[in-house]
Structure formats: C-alpha cells, structure tokens
Design a protein around this ligand. Structure first.
Ligand SMILES: N[C@@H](CCC[C@H](N)C(=O)O)C(=O)O
Length: 255
C-alpha cells in the first residue's frame, strides 16, 4: 500500500488516498501503521475519500486505531495532501465527521474553517467545549515545566470524562496577543506536539475573556493562529491557520 506522511506543527499523520476504497478499516492494522517502533509512526491516520457533494471527504483515526472526532491539524494536513493530488486549486470544501469545512492554501499555509462553537462550559475554574472534538482547557503558570502527561492523563481518566474521553489543554498567556498551549490527546493517550482542535478551544476561551478576534498560538511543534467572531454566546467564522507539510511517501507491507 502506498502512503504519505504529513505533519502540521508537529502533529503527524499517515495519509492514504482511499478514493478507490481499498484501505482495510481495521483497528489493529491502523494501530500498527501508527506505531513509532513497529510501524510508520504517527499521531493518527487519515483517509482521503470521495464525497459526491464536496471536493473530498476526511476519515480520521487516532493512533490507537479507533475512528475519532474532528482533527484540526489533520484537517489542515489533508487539505495540503488534496492540494498535492491536484484535487482543487486554492480553495476547497470537504466533509468530515463534524460536518462541512472550507479551507484555503497560500504558500504552504493552510487556513481551515472550524465548526461554530455555541457553548463554553465551566468545570471549576477550567473550561469545557467542543470544537469538533471535546476539549478541557486549564490555565497554568510555567507551562514549559508543567507535567502535561500526568496532569492531562489524570483529568482525561477522571470520573466525569473517563467513559467518552476528553483532550486536555494547558494554556499560559504569553502576551495580550499570544498564548502557549500544550495538549494531552485522547486516543493517542500522550502529549502531542500540537492539537488543532485543542489550540482552537484554548484560543476561544482567551478571545472570550479578552474580547479579541484573533490570537497567536505557540505549541511545541510550531506556531498557529486562530481567528473568530463572537455573536451572542456563539463563536462563528472560526479559522485555524498554520503550516502543513509532506514529510515523505512510501510503501508498507504491514497490511
Ligand atoms: N490532533 C487533533 C485532535 C485529534 C482528535 C483527538 N485525539 C480526539 O480523539 O478527540 C487535532 O489537531 O485537532
């Protein structure tokens, strides 16, 4: 099987052109392909498929092999992959598990429109919201030295969230225009270098508090930017922007 490897701010994905629907959607196989010792190695695997009403369709799996909810960086990488395959010119629309997404490509920078967010709930002093995937957002100090694995794993496996799982983001304010975000991801069950839906969730809590329409976001794997408009309680016109790159392509016998 031919595959491609992409990364978006260090969130990395095995990418397969499955327009012929030949890929076996088997949990054990996907887990093996994503394994960093015995496989290709990635935070997730994404299938590019045809959709009769859109330029293409996104099917996303976490590295544990389970199909999951929306992946923002994965979506940006898939747009870069579709652009590489000449599926569209500079703007596209695709279908994902959380609905329709628009995207634009300019000089390797991919701008992805995220779903509207109607509710930001509180859990104590922290925030819970869904940006296509469920996210917990906690503001901390000294984020560089923070134990993201232990604290994130604890919240993800706490009584309220254990069953469905949740992604856990730790946020530190850098300035009025910039935040630093580190994320423990459900389904990877570890910290990743960046999480697009998590960066979006974290950014929205910051935009709400400071009445802003955009914020720069630093992650371990690079920099992103989030734009959004607030209409009543709801955030609309939410865009996640940043680089996404093809790293290599190859053939695997794992299947
Ligand atoms: N890396 C992602 C989020 C992927 C989904 C997540 N692991 C989940 O199961 O909710 C992103 O960039 O958004």
């Amino acid at each position: 099987m031919e595959f491609y490897k992409y990364q978006g701010t260090g969130n990395d994905f095995v990418m397969v052109d499955n327009r012929d629907l030949q890929f076996p959607k088997d949990k054990t196989i996907i887990e093996k392909l994503c394994d960093r010792r015995f496989g290709i190695g990635a935070d997730g695997l994404i299938l590019l498929e045809n959709d009769p009403d859109y330029d293409f369709k996104m099917v996303y799996y976490n590295s544990d092999g389970g199909e999951s909810t929306m992946c923002g960086n994965g979506g940006r990488c898939l747009v870069a992959f579709a652009f590489f395959l000449d599926i569209f010119e500079d703007k596209c629309k695709f279908m994902a598990i959380d609905g329709e997404h628009e995207a634009e490509v300019h000089n390797g920078i991919i701008k992805l429109k995220m779903i509207n967010v109607d509710t930001i709930s509180h859990d104590g002093n922290d925030f819970v919201l869904n940006t296509g995937s469920p996210h917990y957002v906690k503001y901390v100090e000294n984020l560089s030295d923070y134990n993201v694995y232990t604290e994130g794993n604890g919240i993800r496996n706490s009584e309220n969230y254990r069953e469905k799982g949740i992604n856990v983001n730790f946020v530190e304010k850098i300035s009025d225009q910039e935040i630093f975000v580190r994320t423990y991801e459900r389904g990877v069950e570890d910290e990743t270098y960046s999480c697009g839906t998590g960066v979006t969730a974290s950014a929205l809590t910051f935009l709400q508090k400071h009445h802003l329409t955009s914020v720069k976001v630093k992650t371990l794997g690079g920099n992103l930017k989030v734009y959004a408009e607030k209409n009543g309680d709801s955030f609309q016109n939410i865009w996640l922007e940043g680089p996404a790159k093809q790293v290599f392509r190859g053939k695997t016998d794992i299947l």
